[in-house]
Design a protein around this ligand. Structure first.
Ligand SMILES: Cc1cc2nc3c(=O)[nH]c(=O)nc-3n(C[C@H](O)[C@H](O)[C@H](O)COP(=O)(O)OP(=O)(O)OC[C@H]3O[C@@H](n4cnc5c(N)ncnc54)[C@H](O)[C@@H]3O)c2cc1C
Ligand code: FES
Length: 340
């Protein structure tokens, strides 16, 4: 059974099966709705059901309130159509036609970058190349049907060897397995690419990147791709970490800043007291941005990391003049637990 979904304000329509969420159906149909985690945890896909009924699967209660649901709001990544729908959500102006696919990958190498960050390189079958845009993410398909999202840290001009930066989550099913048991040459199944976190290259505005922890992963891919395309828009990369040891690939960021006049690198440590020799910036990474820019009106800003950091930073940047349309983010929400 399938239903017709009509989008407002664009008037575009697409079909959704009763076995898929609205976001899944939109991806299948090549319609670009906003979304992040696809898991009811980040709120990026929130929008209004103007006419028709939906069934809402499990979601994180912090993301949408009961009052909002009563007023017709929903999370389209968890909403299943029960009849034809008219929905209100801003379609994204994206022209590429990339569709996600399921494919096997071989773990080419595993390298610990810090005590809790692993660099994983994934090789595609020799006949296969992944079409993606730097900044998008993959989902690892676990045996029990669960999925785990990880950003692609490499640029799209290397489509058959993908790089992932995994932070160990204590008690986390997948990352503990990767750190404690996974062997090189293991075969995994992944689906992707997903996500709308990528560099908008139709703008001339200077770019501010704000990365917390492994939130650096998608941003690394974007910067490498921008360099390869000879893009010379000014870039300021702010990276937040607790202590110096957590700033993995610090040397690479310094190299970019040394080689390219248009790239600046600002590492910010939140626990700098533990670093006697640290002469750099201290505090929270988004606060360093707020200190440096009186008004963010003329900038495009890309922010990635822990959900709390992205949420607080978003509010603060908008209050400091950033246009809502110029804020792009991926929040690294947990896949589990989901609670109503
Ligand atoms: C779009 C996107 C991109 C991402 N990219 C990256 C990336 O590039 N790098 C990166 O490091 N991370 C990334 N993440 C975050 C990553 O997907 C999560 O950290 C993921 O959940 C880790 O998987 P896990 O199986 O190790 O942990 P999970 O099993 O998901 O556990 C997460 C936490 O929940 C707790 N938990 C699990 N089950 C229960 C339960 N039943 N009751 C109570 N607590 C429970 C665990 O103890 C743990 O603290 C991304 C997330 C998203 C949404
Ligand atoms: S994409 Fe729907 S809540 Fe994250």
């Amino acid at each position: 059974m399938s239903y017709t979904i009509t989008l407002l304000p664009s008037g575009h329509t697409f079909q959704a099966k009763s076995s898929q969420t609205i976001v899944e159906a939109a991806i299948d149909a090549g319609v670009h709705l906003p979304y992040g985690c696809r898991n009811g945890a980040c709120g990026a896909c929130k929008g209004k059901v103007v006419a028709g009924k939906v069934h809402l699967e499990d979601y994180q209660s912090s993301v949408i309130s009961e009052d909002e649901i009563k007023n017709g709001m929903t999370l389209f990544c968890r909403a299943i159509a029960l009849e034809n729908l008219t929905i209100e959500i801003k379609e994204l102006a994206i022209t590429n036609n990339i569709r996600p696919k399921i494919f096997p990958v071989r773990v080419e190498s595993l390298e610990a970058l810090t005590h809790d960050v692993m660099l994983m390189k994934l090789k595609l079958p020799s006949t296969d190349k992944l079409q993606f845009v730097a900044g998008q993410y993959l989902e690892f398909l676990l045996k029990d049907g669960k999925r785990r999202a990880f950003s692609i840290a490499s640029p799209s001009y290397e489509p058959s060897l993908l790089e992932i930066h995994l932070r160990l989550i204590p008690g986390g099913e997948f990352t503990e397995y990767v750190f404690k048991e996974m062997k090189e040459k293991s075969i995994l199944r992944v689906e992707g690419p997903f996500g709308n976190f990528f560099l908008r290259d139709d703008s001339k505005k200077p770019i501010i990147f704000v990365a917390g922890g492994t939130g650096f992963a998608p941003i690394k891919g974007m910067i490498e791709e921008a360099i390869q395309k000879n893009m010379t828009r000014p870039i300021r990369l702010y990276r937040g970490a607790r202590v110096l040891e957590d700033l993995y690939m610090d040397g690479l960021c310094k190299k970019w800043a040394n080689e390219f006049k248009h790239i600046e690198y600002i590492p910010v440590l939140s626990e700098s007291l533990k670093e006697e020799a640290w002469r750099g910036r201290t505090g929270l990474v988004h606060e360093a941005v707020l200190e440096d820019f009186v008004n963010l009106n003329d900038y495009q800003l890309y922010c990635c990391g822990a959900p709390q950091m992205v949420e607080v930073a978003h509010k603060a940047f908008i209050a400091q003049g950033l246009s809502e349309d110029e804020f792009y983010s991926d929040a690294f929400t947990f896949a589990a637990p989901i609670k109503k």
